[in-house]
Ligand binder design. Structure first.
Ligand SMILES: Cc1cc2nc3c(=O)[nH]c(=O)nc-3n(C[C@H](O)[C@H](O)[C@H](O)COP(=O)(O)OP(=O)(O)OC[C@H]3O[C@@H](n4cnc5c(N)ncnc54)[C@H](O)[C@@H]3O)c2cc1C
Length: 421
């Protein structure tokens, strides 16, 4: 650490004083990210923009971002101290993922000097919210199999994008998107991709909402019809987008656990509130039931292990030690632990998971709905199956799974009906 930097414990004290004086208690829409309706959601977005601005004006935005882009130039240890002090307080949760990670992290690592100077200060000020456009109707796991195309207009040098993306979280209110598009069909799939930055709210992009099982519709699908993008908004080398794509996947897997993302961390987080599983068991009248106590213990153990695993992987990443693909272990464990936590809560709630009052929902959430949606934790941010593949092949060095498209020009790779060009 540079001698000029404020010692972490001094910084922690300063951060604590500011947080306690300036930030209110954590809000329900920060924790589960769901609002009752669109008007409430847009209100939460506006609040988060204002909160991000407040952090910025107080000198607490972008703690690990370089000062030249409006950040504070501090270390992951300062960031962690701030996030620990943030526990129990409101924070700009809608900026966390995907705006700060993977989008801002990728812009910082791979953007041109002009792109960084234009977008990073704007994100840190709360002026720009970003989305990531990777998944396509033909499949999301095979990210490098993107068929959304970008063709150069020889007259202007602009790029013209056509195609569609799907499952894009919150595109309906985001300002900008990072998009992976195919620029060359005559080379193997990883060699013909390019990354662009696109303003999302424009007439050439039709954004539709997708309603999920639980009634939420924050996921969107986008249809691009001759979307014109200046070459200055191209982020990678032409056809060299997979170099950016690999870093993108890494930041995607790290997600909320990244030193670029501001969010409360630590086991103290819900100290002011009874732990959810205890509250669920209490409501079900099962606090004295030894089987219920075992379930609560299992849930707590999972929480501790998740926390410690993330801490260990984060410090390995920050020190440069360890393979970046280790992030897949955290991604896999988070998915499995999320499913198990939802199952434990359902088992504790018993029949009460079938119906609930508004008051109960505000207090501990609905365990029935949580159970129905449990698989989301194994899909969003890349599936746990793909994480297992990455761990097997790139962490444990096991043989790669067979691939029919290796070395084959993408044009000749067989595709299903939705993936035809
Ligand atoms: C909450 C949430 C938020 C999301 N946000 C975004 C977003 O903002 N932007 C975005 O672009 N996408 C987003 N997604 C989409 C997500 O990235 C994809 O759903 C995911 O990558 C899987 O793609 P798919 O649904 O098309 O399934 P497919 O790729 O069609 O896969 C179907 C099943 O086959 C398995 N499978 C596929 N290939 C293999 C293989 N080689 N080995 C073993 N198993 C395999 C998969 O694991 C999966 O179980 C989001 C998804 C969720 C649930």
């Amino acid at each position: 650490m540079s001698d000029d930097l404020e010692p972490v414990e001094d910084f922690r004290r300063r951060a604590r004083a500011w947080i306690q004086a300036n930030l209110g208690p954590v809000q329900p829409w920060d924790l589960d990210q769901n609002c009752e309706n669109d008007a409430e959601e847009l209100k939460a977005v506006a609040r988060d923009r204002a909160l991000q601005r407040k952090l910025h004006d107080a000198g607490f935005a972008g703690l690990c971002f370089p000062k030249e882009y409006g950040g504070q130039g501090l270390t992951p240890a300062h960031h962690r101290a701030f996030c620990e002090e943030l526990a129990g307080h409101e924070f700009p949760s809608r900026f966390a993922v995907p705006t700060f990670s993977p989008c801002a992290s990728i812009i910082l690592e791979c953007g041109t000097a002009e792109q960084k100077a234009r977008h990073l200060p704007a994100i840190l000020r709360g002026d720009e919210v970003w989305s990531q456009l990777l998944s396509e109707p033909g499949g999301g796991s095979d990210v490098a199999g993107a068929t959304t195309s970008a063709v150069r207009d020889p007259a202007t040098g602009d790029w013209i994008i056509n195609g569609s993306k799907v499952w894009t979280s919150r595109a309906w209110w985001a300002d900008w998107g990072l998009i992976l598009a195919r620029t060359n069909w005559n080379v193997p799939k990883h060699q013909g991709l390019t990354v662009f930055m696109v303003p999302l709210q424009q007439p050439s992009i039709e954004i539709r909402r997708i309603e999920r099982l639980n009634g939420e519709s924050e996921a969107c699908e986008e249809f691009f019809t001759d979307v014109r993008v200046p070459d200055s908004d191209r982020m990678s080398e032409i056809d060299g987008g997979w170099t950016v794509g690999q870093r993108w996947m890494y930041h995607e897997r790290v997600g909320h656990n990244s030193p670029w993302v501001l969010r409360p961390v630590g086991l103290k987080q819900n100290e002011s509130k009874e732990p959810t599983l205890v509250a669920v068991a209490r409501r079900a009248g099962r606090l004295d039931d030894p089987a219920a106590r075992e379930l609560i213990g299992e849930g707590q153990a999972l929480k501790i292990v998740t926390h410690e695993l993330q801490r260990r992987l984060a410090s390995a990443a920050a020190s440069g030690a360890g393979n970046t693909d280790l992030s897949s272990i955290d991604r896999l464990f988070r998915g499995l632990a999320g499913v198990r936590q939802a199952t434990i809560a359902l088992e504790l709630a018993g029949g009460q998971a079938a119906a609930w009052s508004e008051e109960e929902e505000a207090d501990t959430g609905s365990q029935g709905m949580r159970y129905l949606m449990r698989q989301v934790t194994c899909i969003g941010g890349g599936t746990t199956e793909i994480a297992r593949n990455v761990i097997a092949e790139r962490v444990l060095g096991m043989p790669r799974e067979p691939s029919g498209d290796k070395g084959v020009p993408f044009r000749d790779v067989p595709r299903g009906p939705s993936r035809k060009t």
